[in-house]
Design a protein. Structure first.
Length: 395
């Protein structure tokens, strides 16, 4: 294993279990790091090993991106504490340590072990140990910036959320909990939404070749993913928006994910089809009873009379509910179609810290922005002054 540096954290005040001291190893190779961890229980569906297998395989060789996985253990017992899937990259002439994300991982979080901090004192001790290890790296870094971090990790408190420097993220998650009775949940939607979904399905199925399916064959799933790429690219181009998901590295990531994870049910590709024509697609990931939507597309104006985007979401939800899914996560981005499905917003947090004198201005700016988010009226006033949008609502 390639280990960059090792650090033993200082012993903090005693928690209810033990004195909190941590050892940090910074590793270049994801597969070697995860092999040491043995048993991973994903904090969210994005912390599944197959997500990072696909991510690091695609981005490990990308220019300016260096894998940097933090393996943190209890200094006295060697028990696993947290595994942090990180990278080091350059931006604005500074070297930043951040989660393996690059706008693809919607929720970033540590993978928790048996020795994960359970109180604020232990969390602060771990954070100090991590910062010390990063400051001693041979390849210097200037700033650590962790974004889009959930507070709750599958019922467990996220240690990062216990840190004093953690502040609100401008983005949020969007969750629908259907409960056991799917029809009862459907009747919580506005009547116009229910009727529109019913009408859309009737219109779509007028064609005898129309069908909905969750694709389990890998080759067919990759064919549908190719349709996703074309449909999304066409849509973004028509809107004049900058679109990165079809660039070589991002496309490789999604293809890795679908190729390697459709067979075991972690990656799920669903489609509305008319014969061989792909009308709409939805790509998601699943762990247990939770499913997260990550890419959606449709064939455009030709099929607009049956609202294929909303229709494929509802058809996918119904099919997965029959298979035991109860939590449907629409991920980040507050689009209007998500509100129509009655999502509940999930708060996320950000945290950053300087690792060198070059990083101090950026860390201070991040802290100031986070402080403003805790004072929404002042934030709104300043946004009006500087001509910034008042919210992150999107149509």
């Amino acid at each position: 294993m390639t280990v960059l540096t090792t650090s033993t954290g200082q012993v903090a005040a005693r928690s209810t279990r033990r004195a909190a001291g941590f050892r940090v190893e910074l590793v270049r190779d994801w597969k070697q790091a995860v092999a040491r961890w043995h048993d991973i229980s994903p904090s969210t569906p994005f912390q599944h090993p197959q997500w990072y297998d696909a991510w690091y395989a695609a981005f490990a060789g990308a220019e300016g991106v260096a894998p940097l996985i933090a393996v943190v253990t209890d200094a006295s017992t060697g028990e696993p504490a947290v595994l942090l899937p990180l990278i080091r990259r350059r931006q604005n002439n500074i070297a930043i340590v951040e989660f393996a994300d690059l706008d693809l991982t919607d929720y970033n979080a540590p993978i928790l072990g048996s020795a994960a901090p359970r109180d604020a004192k232990a969390a602060r001790a771990l954070w100090r140990s991590l910062l010390a290890a990063l400051r001693r790296m041979p390849e210097k870094a200037d700033l650590i910036r962790l974004r889009k971090v959930p507070v709750d990790l599958d019922g467990k408190l996220n240690p990062i959320a216990l840190l004093d420097a953690a502040g609100p993220c401008p983005l949020n998650g969007n969750l629908v909990a259907t409960g056991q009775d799917y029809d009862a949940w459907r009747y919580t939607l506005e009547k116009t939404v229910r009727k529109e979904l019913e009408r859309s399905w009737r219109v779509f199925t007028r064609d005898p070749a129309a069908s909905f399916a969750i694709i389990t064959d890998t080759d067919e799933a990759l064919r549908v993913l190719s349709a996703t790429e074309v449909q999304q690219g066409t849509r973004m181009q028509s809107l004049g928006l900058n679109y990165i998901l079809n660039d070589e590295t991002c496309a490789a990531f999604y293809r890795n994910l679908v190729r390697d994870a459709v067979g075991n049910g972690y990656a799920l590709v669903s489609a509305l089809m008319v014969g061989d024509e792909v009308v709409a697609t939805l790509l998601g990931i699943r762990t247990g009873s939770r499913y997260v939507m990550i890419r959606i597309s449709n064939a455009g104006e030709k099929w607009s009379n049956c609202s294929p985007g909303r229709l494929i979401i509802e058809r996918t939800m119904a099919a997965l509910h029959r298979d035991g899914v109860r939590a449907f996560d629409f991920s980040v981005g507050n689009y209007a179609y998500k509100r129509r499905f009655g999502v509940t917003r999930l708060p996320l947090i950000d945290i950053s810290a300087a690792l060198s004198w070059r990083g101090w201005p950026f860390a201070l700016r991040d802290r100031a922005v986070g402080t403003l988010r805790n004072h929404p009226q002042l934030d709104a006033r300043l946004r009006r002054v500087f001509g910034k949008p008042l919210s992150h609502e999107e149509n």
